[in-house]
Ligand binder design. Sequence first.
Ligand SMILES: C[S@@+](CC[C@H](N)C(=O)[O-])C[C@H]1O[C@@H](n2cnc3c(N)ncnc32)[C@H](O)[C@@H]1O
Length: 202
Amino acid sequence: MPKTALNRNLHQAKNAKKDEFYTQLTDIENELKHYKAHFKNKVVYCNCDDPRMSNFFHYFSYNFEDLGLKKLITTCYQNQNRDLFSKHTSEQAIYLEYYGDKNNNKTPDVEEIGVQYLKGDGDFRSAESIALLQQADIVVTNPPFSLFREYVAQLIQYDKKFIILGNLNAITYKEIFPLIKKNKLWFGPSIHSGDREFGGTR
Ligand SMILES: C[S@@+](CC[C@H](N)C(=O)[O-])C[C@H]1O[C@@H](n2cnc3c(N)ncnc32)[C@H](O)[C@@H]1O
């Protein structure tokens, strides 16, 4: 194999690994504690989040009442789990809608979480995901690193407020740096070092 192809493959493998990096709950809490007041009566959308794995889903569902959220929407990309929250068998992606704790046990129970099926694979760029995006006031997630530029471009295009906890290397992208300069994207308070970024449109 020529060296350049090998390098490209290694690069792709590294990016694929970053694409599947899951955000720690403590990192989410450390950043989002600064914005509690902003979530009141808002629809939050986590659009790269498998609820079985995503601590963003965990954070917003468990803090739904504390934050005073209106609704939490989460889409799961390429869901292959046939038994997620139900006995239905499907390879379709799903999305969840959560309107808060109904039985006052302070837990988002399976029966309180509305599981809906998507026609496609839940790609954040799909028409179905964009329809959900349009309902959202604030988008919060850690998107796939390899699609970071497209991801941010879409949020700017739809004029959404957003918080991204992601890989800091993304700020070196030529498409991203101008957004920081224009103050359309800025660093969050929890960044002292390492692997986090915060953005939003003013
Ligand atoms: C870096 S991981 C972060 C997962 C989760 N948001 C978290 O922070 O723990 C990126 C996630 O995006 C999903 N993903 C990859 N491509 C996607 C796409 N085109 N649309 C939506 N989600 C995608 C991956 O399956 C992966 O779960």
